[in-house]
Design a protein around this ligand. Sequence first.
Ligand code: SF4
Length: 474
Amino acid sequence: MAKTPGCLYIAHMKDGPMIRIRLPGGAVTADQLRAVAALAGDLGSGLIDLTNRANLQVRGLHDITFDVLKTHLGGAGLLPKAAWADRIRNIVADPLDGRDPDALCDTRGLVEALDAAIQARPALKSLSSEVGFVVDNGGASGVAGLAHDIGLVAERAASGIRFRLTLAGTPTELVASEETAPLLAIAAARAAIALAAEAQSPLPRGLAAYGVGAKTWKQPTAAAVRLALALGGPYENRIRRLIKTVPVETIVERLEDFAEIPLERAAVADPLPVFDPSIGIVPEARSGFVSCGLGVPVGRLDVATTRHLAALADRHGDGTLRLAPWHAVFLPSVRTDAAEALLAEADRLGFVVDPAFVRIRLYACSGVEGCRGGRLHTKENGRAVFAAVAKTLGDAPLPEPLTIHVSGCIKGCAHRQQSDILALERNASYDVFENAAPGTEPPPDRHRGSASAETLPDLVADLARARFDRNAAE
Ligand code: SF4
């Protein structure tokens, strides 16, 4: 498995060196997008991926050097201030932030403050690059409903809007103001680092011989040892995995050791927001303006399309874009009377502009093009599956979005959770299952057939239709 890439951490994939450019909150300007397109076109294979966390990946960067990357990305303002923090700035936020009339607040400043706080704390150096932060403004998208490790979710309180800390999707009693919320998230990350180190290092047990017991272990005198352990990682400090052995309450308790602010508690009243992505024309709070969401099936862009996208943002919007963690791009500040023309142009460019895009959540890994373990063109096959299923379902009402995963092997890198329909590569064709997750062999009774790359779209479309018919009959 390749190491998690970053701007300056090159992952060596089958199709060559690849970098991942983190964009906290998915925020990017048209100029930055053009810089990424230039990098991909001049020095890479021309392929650019949108990730599930609204970041960008540039592939096939043969012969790339660190100096070129630093110059190119630095010139576009795409490098973090602290190079060591490059891979841990995984901050997902609502792409409609600051525009959604239903949101409780605008969290763009909070996202920036959290990013800055992360980069200002070298104690986070050993945080797993897989740890994901989410900031939810209380709006319609409900991004806190996405899988995450550490969340800050806006809620109403008598004193105004505050943010509740969530850990791996579990709301805690800890709340903070907008100003102090980043420090609450940082404390949670540091608690996870410390607990992971203690849980996985044999040292704490060995320290008993030196008179450090369970009680003294928690006293400030043991802080230096704890810090040394934490920095000595890597340990599995992704909270989503840590909670299998460490209860959320324990993480909250340990968080006190790292809090740089007085902790404030409030009983949990509301459930987590429900993830509800959108696409197409979305009204903005400002009268006369809308945001336009464009779907990018399987998250893959080429250089020409990326340049067109930047031009659309300049021509119709305010020169900024927001990537969404559902393989979509939003162009904000579009005049309402220009939105239809923009969507028509985007449609011609190959974007999906039908709001139904979000009803079919299709995941596909990099497959044979990008992974040494891949043998099939999973992204290309995924796009064909999406088109076939979208055509079959038409406007049929679905009680819930349909999740489809086209995976190049059992590892299932694109989506670890269960999907409604899972196509797994087998001997250069696909075995197709219903209600199955990758990682381990799905039960045989969920197998629905085998298909070549050419016949996969029809098989999946038939299964999708049958699911719809079953739901409609119930
Ligand atoms: S799931 Fe896809 S990307 Fe992951 S290892 Fe398998 S072929 Fe490679």
